[in-house]
Design a protein. Structure first.
Length: 284
C-alpha cells in the first residue's frame, strides 16, 4: 500500500458527462487511475462514482481539493478525498460470542480489514483476552435496564476519546436506543442472521432447525432506529438440509456472519458504500 495512493468518492444528481468531468480532472493533474466504479440509479436519479489513483511526490491534496470543489459545486456533488494509508479507526462492540470479533482481529492483523481496530467494548469481560493478545484497549461497560442511559453515554465518550470513525457491532447483544442509533447513523454496522424476522430472540439457529429451513445466512446493515431494518451492505447464504444438527447449523451460521460482517466493514472503510435512500450502492 503506497502512501501516494488516494481514494476519491462522490455522488450527485445524475446527468451526462459526470465520469468525463471527474476522470478528465484527474488526467489534467497527471494522476493515474488504478481502479474505478460508477453507477447511475434510474430510480433515485443519482450518480455514484468511486476511484483509486496514484500520485507522485509533487501531489498537493489541498490544491487538488480547491480545484475539484469548483467541479463539485457545479455538479451539486457530495465528495471526499482521502489517502489509502489513512485508514479509518473502528471501535468494535461485542458480547459473549467472539466469532465475528476474532475474524475482524485476524484481518486487521494481516492488514486486510481496511480499518484499524482502536478499541473493543463489551458488556461482558469474555473478550478481554482477545484485546490483551492484540494489545488493543478493552473497555467493560455493563448494561442493565436501569443503567442503559449511563452505559450509552460512556460509549459516546469512548467514541470521542478513541477518535473512532466507525462502530462495528460484532454480535453485541444489546439494542441501542433510538437516540444513539440516530447519532451513529451511517457509521455503525450491525450483523444478524438472515433468519430474521421469523426467528427472533434466543437460539435462532435452533428455531431454524425446528422449522426445517433450507437456506441460512447473514445480513450486515447500517444501524438505524428501526431495529434490524437499516440499509443493507452485504449478505450471504448457504444451503442446509435435514442432515445438519442444530449445533452444526449454528457453527455454519457463525462462519457466514463473520464473513459477511468483514465484507461490510471493509467496504465501508474503503468508502465503497453509498447511502441511496433506504438502500445502498456498494462497489465491491
Amino acid at each position: 500500500m503506497s502512501g501516494h495512493d488516494y481514494i476519491l468518492r462522490a455522488d450527485c444528481p445524475d446527468d451526462i458527462g459526470i465520469v468525463a468531468d471527474v476522470m478528465g480532472y484527474l488526467a489534467e493533474h497527471g494522476l493515474s487511475v488504478t481502479e474505478n466504479r460508477d453507477f447511475g440509479d434510474p430510480v433515485s436519479q443519482r450518480f455514484f462514482i468511486w476511484a483509486k489513483f496514484e500520485a507522485d511526490d509533487h501531489f498537493d491534496p489541498t490544491k487538488f481539493n480547491q480545484g475539484f470543489e469548483a467541479l463539485a459545486t457545479r455538479r451539486k456533488m457530495n465528495w471526499l478525498l482521502r489517502g489509502v494509508a489513512d485508514v479509518p479507526k473502528a471501535l468494535v462492540m461485542v458480547s459473549r460470542g467472539d466469532h465475528c470479533l476474532n475474524d475482524l482481529l485476524y484481518r486487521d492483523r494481516r492488514g486486510r480489514l481496511g480499518a484499524k481496530i482502536c478499541a473493543i467494548v463489551s458488556n461482558h469481560t469474555d473478550a478481554k483476552w482477545h484485546a490483551d493478545r492484540h494489545q488493543i484497549p478493552f473497555y467493560h461497560v455493563p448494561v442493565s435496564k436501569e443503567t442503559k442511559p449511563e452505559a450509552e453515554q460512556a460509549l459516546r465518550d469512548l467514541i470521542t476519546d478513541t477518535g473512532a470513525d466507525m462502530i462495528v457491532l460484532a454480535r453485541y447483544m444489546q439494542v441501542l436506543s433510538n437516540q444513539l442509533s440516530g447519532e451513529l447513523e451511517g457509521r455503525c454496522i450491525n450483523i444478524h442472521h438472515s433468519a430474521l424476522p421469523s426467528f427472533k430472540g434466543a437460539r435462532p439457529y435452533h428455531q431454524a432447525y425446528e422449522h426445517g429451513v433450507k437456506l441460512m445466512g447473514a445480513t450486515a446493515h447500517y444501524v438505524t432506529a428501526d431495529l434490524d431494518e437499516g440499509p443493507i451492505i452485504a449478505q450471504d447464504v448457504a444451503p442446509v438440509d435435514h442432515r445438519l444438527s442444530p449445533d452444526r447449523m449454528a457453527e455454519l451460521g457463525k462462519d457466514i456472519e463473520a464473513r459477511v460482517l468483514a465484507r461490510a466493514v471493509t467496504a465501508h472503510a474503503e468508502g465503497r458504500v453509498f447511502l441511496n435512500g433506504k438502500r445502498t450502492v456498494v462497489f465491491e
